[in-house]
Design a binder for this molecule. Sequence first.
Ligand code: HAM
Length: 421
Amino acid sequence: MLTQAPKGTKDILPDEIQKWNYVGRRFTELCSRFGYKEIRIPVFEHTELFQRGVGDTTDVVQKEMYTFEDKGGRSITLRPEGTAGVVRSYIEHGMSSLPQPVKLFYHITAYRYEKMQKGRYREFNQFGVELFGAADPSADAEVISLLSLYFESLGIKNLSLNLNSIGCPTCRKAYNELLKEYLRDKIDHMCETCQDRYNRNPMRIIDCKEDKCRNYVQEAPRLLDHICDECRSHFEGLTRKLSAIGIPYVIDKSIVRGLDYYTKTVFEFVSQNIGTQGTVCGGGRYDGLVEICGGPPTPGIGFALGVERLLLEMESQNITIPDAPNPDIYIGAIGDSAGLVCEKLAWQLRSKGISCIKDIMGRSVKAQMKYADKLGVRFSLIIGDTEVESNKAALRDMKTGETKDIHLDTLIDRLVKNKNA
Ligand code: HAM
């Protein structure tokens, strides 16, 4: 137990971190280009926020939350996603009185007690955006276009954008009755969870993962065929805008999404390459959520993409990410007085922006050079008593093997120039 991370979690090791930083930086840059500002929310919230916001008939709330009582007797839950927390923050900090729309983005970890498999973890990472205050389909198109540009900027090809509308509470009410009628003679043969959902939230039955239930709903009526005029015109507005931008999409009437807050637009970007957990990103509109959580009526739309799945997809498409740069120079010392000169030199180099590794192990020259080679440094320099006296040393270019005697006073300028060249 002591030497093994809990099931469903994983370390991101130094060798991999460059990839994570790279995709994270790209996401931040692109969000800024679209006018989004970063928000950081707590890892845990009051359980009730997710019960109300995400919905207590969803798998996430019914089966997957990490919920516990804290020492003050409060029920606390590790966030299973970011939207509810961002909505809570939007309300708590009176963001509805800011000029609308309010555009926020985040990088978070999230927690769901799920069965482990490739692309599915119990602690995972999401990049997401939430946009408040804009009801027009232009907002939906802009959010989707941000994602599409993001994938393009990373060189990811062939993700399928699958789109649906699940209507508003008014059209969903009529649809739920229709669905119940369709399922009336089937529901007794379906799983217990679906039987519970039959009365509480029939649409959720469409999302059941059990094979027997999936068979029963295969031919069930779909909401997109029954949405009201306003929802239809919103959906058509979105598809027209996507076509105008040139973003291809597929209409998939079976998408209902696994969270209850969605209204109208729902969408997913799906990969064929990374196995059964191919949904790299999911999102949609949630025009009632701010009000459900105690705020003023406010339309909203957003998405979250799974960073683990994004990286799996990039790997499957052989997209390489530039390596982290190696240190600029290794400075070795032989003897005490040379050691002191090296301390100062390393400090000066680092303060000028040069990445410098120096001996802190008291190794022999041979061992130091071997280590410098392993680090992949561009230059190395060994200082002993002679070098201290002459204030000169041999600078070795580790790429070419060439050495040049240089004055130690000129070393910093030389390396700075080399770095900026
Ligand atoms: P979600 O579909 O539950 O939506 O999750 C979004 C993405 O997170 C998924 O498409 C997937 O890539 C990743 N993901 C989900 N669960 C796991 C897991 N167990 N392991 C690895 N990756 C996972 C949401 O979370 C919504 N908050 C999205 C949203 C934002 N809608 C509106 N605004």
